[in-house]
Design a protein. Sequence first.
Length: 451
Amino acid sequence: MNFIRFVAVPRTPHPARRTPQTVCRMPHTLLITFKYHEQMKTIMIIFLLLFAVSCSNNPGADKSASGNDENRFFTVDLEKALGNKQLINLSQVASDVEYIKLETGKDCMVRPVVHYFFTDSIVLVQNFDHILKFSREGRFLQRIGTSGRGPGEIDLIRIMSVIPEKRVIAVQKNSQRELLFFSFEGNLRKTVDFDPYFFHVKVLPDGKYVSYDPGSVGNEKYTFCLLGEKWDTLSAVENYTIWVSQPASVMIMVGWPEFEPFYFSRNTLHVKAMYNDTIYNLRQDKFYPEYFIDLGKYKLPEELRPERLGAAQFQKFRDNGGNYYFAIVHGVAGKVFLTAHSYSDANPLKYVLCDRLKNEQTLLTDKGGVSTGFVNDWDGGIDFWPVGSISEKKIFMPVNAMDLRKELENIRSGKKQVKFPGRQKELLKLISELEETDNPVIMVVTLKQDF
């Protein structure tokens, strides 16, 4: 569900930050004219030598040049993808499907908008102002974090980071510039203050941080910054949507609950801003552009951005926002899963599967042409579309208990062809034991080796 939260803030620049050592910029062309043929000949030789050395030192240079390497830069054409409809059954991509029924109780109720994190043995739920810890089988283990605004308490989790190798959970608080570090056992290990303003702070396994600013004020210099342990800027992605003139209103958008700017694939962090549709990866302490989403006619114009319009003209956005989409992405196994969200609840989501090796983008639909993700011919249950990954071979989707209960009659009617009737019986048993108010059930799909 789309909704916007507003806060009143003065439109002033962010505090000064240290100049980054590396800033990702669009490539520029350098043209040099030489007066003498001999000078040009000598300098060209030097230039070619320097170019060869720079290519050998660039970890992505040879990969980008390879036509068959999945790491090469590519573009997702949303307009073209929406016209390329295809029905793909879940059994075509899955080698196994399992359901994790999260235990329900007064101390572990999962809120409507949450984020899930998996380790080898536990499931962690970012649950607004605290963390819920479940076993991989769904048994509730404990609640981590105390609600409140005092020392060591959580008023609201802006963003959460999980570092399994250190058994650490890092929480960015909302009202204070603090990070709280908890052990997997729920003990508060330390509190880290940061003086500059950062909208979102992701904690990395090596102790560094990545900040994200959605550009809601309009004068932010950077969108993403890699920060050292002392908050010094090591690398950055520039903000390419700085507004020429500032609106008079002081009302800005805080964020879209569905949007997630970070995902990990092959142990590499990937970042995407709300309005910048280039996806960058972080390698060797530098941001590299990896792929681009061309929204075409579906891209929200700058003049219709809610932050740009402010509260006084917000109705203009409401009247026109349904014509445009924003993209949420994550990737595994050489594939990118793109969910196109309309800025209006009236328009359904679009699920686009991108094959990087083949440079193909497909809108996944059912027989009626409605975009539903992978059609569930495995056990006849709800069609599947991942919201995240557990590993390069496992992807997952939470399903509301109420939605499963509603699907019960469709499953029993036999409208879908089912490849594994025995698994359908297991699903029917699980649904029959659910109450509509129960916690979500997490659907986990193990991908086939050849996917």
